[in-house]
Design a binder for this molecule. Structure first.
Ligand code: ZN
Length: 294
């Protein structure tokens, strides 16, 4: 099926990989101009909604994510760092800055944001996790769809999209919407894989990021270009992420069952150190976080 690039509009996209995931096979196309990678054809809205029901969090579906509620204190080590860093990087002047977490899941990051003095809001497609997050944040704070939430222009001081942009069926439209609802001087955090990093380049179709629910795949270059084109004023990249190693080690303990599991820290530490090695757009690993200021 012929498809246009969601970022630059090129009509010359062609097949790059055939992914044979244990439960679903799909084709990955590449834009010859901006190198955006994407699933073609894209799943329809109905199948997307079906993907994020209860079984998405219990590990019983073909494509799943952990139920963060099992380890809120350990995960909070990372969430707390992230919200405090966002707060430090605001160039807006609000007594109680408003934050929107897109893909807010069970509301863990937002609960930490509340503790850090933010007024928290969320977007979550899954009824299952959204309903739980409402018990933490109250009614009227978490919405199922970004566009349909119809926030006012320049409403938020901070917006986060942590491992979410790759799940969206129209990332270009969502980025423009974030720009519209962000205040001047507000900061936007994105975390996703950098497909031009050496790790992804070397592994090709074997790269673990190719998953049924991941519809688009980005790079430092095409994300930077897109964000500037939309109007963001300043962009900063972090590798592997915008926070240090310690919270990551503390978070990983949530999955440890015996003393032997501490050996896993060796891999986490070596990956972290490897990720720090980058020269302009050349990166050894494919982890990145982006700060974009309006
Ligand atoms: Zn393109």
């Amino acid at each position: 099926m012929q498809a246009r690039c969601n970022f630059c509009g090129s009509a010359l996209c062609g097949q790059k990989y055939k992914i044979e995931h244990p439960y679903s096979h799909f084709d990955i196309y590449e834009c010859p101009d901006c190198k955006l990678l994407f699933q073609n054809p894209l799943p329809d809205k109905k199948s997307l909604l079906k993907m994020y029901q209860e079984d998405y969090y219990t590990g019983s579906s073909s494509f799943s994510y952990e139920d963060e509620r099992k380890a809120f204190p350990a995960y909070s080590k990372v969430w707390k760092k992230r919200v405090l860093k966002l707060k430090k990087n605001l160039k807006t002047q609000a007594l109680k800055p408003k934050i929107l977490d897109i893909g807010s899941s069970f509301g863990g990051l937002l609960e930490n944001a509340l503790g850090a003095g933010f007024d928290p809001y969320g977007i979550e497609i899954s009824d299952y996790s959204r309903q739980y997050s409402e018990t933490l944040l109250g009614k009227g704070k978490v919405f199922p769809d970004l566009k349909e939430a119809s926030f006012q222009d320049s409403f938020f001081d901070a917006v986060s999209m942590i491992e979410v942009i790759e799940h969206l069926d129209n990332p270009s439209e969502s980025l423009e919407e974030v720009y519209r609802i962000l205040k001047k001087g507000g900061v936007f955090l994105i975390q996703t894989a950098n497909m031009e990093g050496l790790q992804a380049k070397k592994l090709k179709e074997k790269y673990h990021y190719f998953l049924p629910g991941h519809l688009y795949y980005f790079s430092r270059q095409n994300l930077r270009e897109k964000l500037f084109k939309i109007g963001f004023q300043k962009i900063k990249f972090f590798h592997p992420v915008e926070f240090g190693l310690l919270p990551k080690l503390q978070k990983s303990k949530a999955g440890f069952h015996s003393c032997k599991d501490y050996w896993k820290w060796k891999n986490i530490i070596s990956y972290h150190l490897k990720s720090l090695f980058h020269w302009n757009d050349f990166c050894l690993t494919s982890s990145m976080a982006v700060y974009a200021w309006k």
